[in-house]
Design a protein around this ligand. Structure first.
Ligand code: HEM
Length: 158
């Protein structure tokens, strides 16, 4: 169903320019990977705090508030640098099961991070009992890890 859209992206003049020039791809990939590092750091600070470790000198809402702008802006940069990479290799991405694995994990990760975890991390420790914050922290780590594994497998196996 999405194949015509991916073919349209592949046929854009922009995609040909991006693929046939020397610098755009490595520069955009570097920015994508630096943003992955910032995003992973912002995710982990909160997840580890939910698991009862890491920045225990601050409360959970304090850690979550401090990490939020890094989380949001690094994700914005990930999307902005992900789209040109996706467009310029659109047919490869379309036929890669790892691309779809990554996108589904990104969607789930967004729901867990920006809806469920945000809600849990806005309350003081103990409000949701000892178990739920840990379940959410582990789930968030697992989902974002699976995004990065899926992403790397696109390059390795597609
Ligand atoms: C919706 C936003 C995103 C889009 C459209 C996107 C798209 C892409 C594309 C097309 C590639 C190149 C894959 C290839 O052909 O080798 C890539 C690489 C990668 N992305 Fe993303 N991405 C997005 C978000 C993310 C997020 C949220 C993470 C991690 C938290 C991430 C981590 C990576 C990693 C680790 C690579 C592999 C780089 C490499 O192998 O050199 N991406 N992304």
């Amino acid at each position: 169903m999405l194949l015509p859209f991916f073919q349209w992206m592949q046929d854009l003049a922009f995609s040909a320019y991006f693929l046939n020039s020397v610098w755009p791809t490595p520069i955009v990939q570097c920015i994508h990977l630096v943003s992955v590092a910032v995003f992973a750091g912002a995710v982990l600070l909160v997840d580890l705090r939910l698991l009862g470790t890491g920045l225990t000198m601050a409360t959970i809402p304090q850690v979550a508030r401090a990490a939020q702008p890094w989380l949001v802006w690094s994700f914005v940069v990930l999307v902005m640098t992900g789209i040109p990479q996706m467009a310029s290799t659109a047919t490869k991405q379309y036929y890669s099961p790892f691309f779809w694995w990554k996108m589904q994990a990104v969607l789930l990760g967004l729901v867990v991070t920006f809806l469920i975890r945000r809600h849990i991390a806005s309350k003081e420790e103990g409000y949701y009992g000892p178990v739920w914050p840990k379940v959410v922290g582990v789930t968030s780590i697992a989902l974002w890890t699976s995004v990065t594994i899926g992403a790397r497998l696109i390059g390795l196996l597609s």
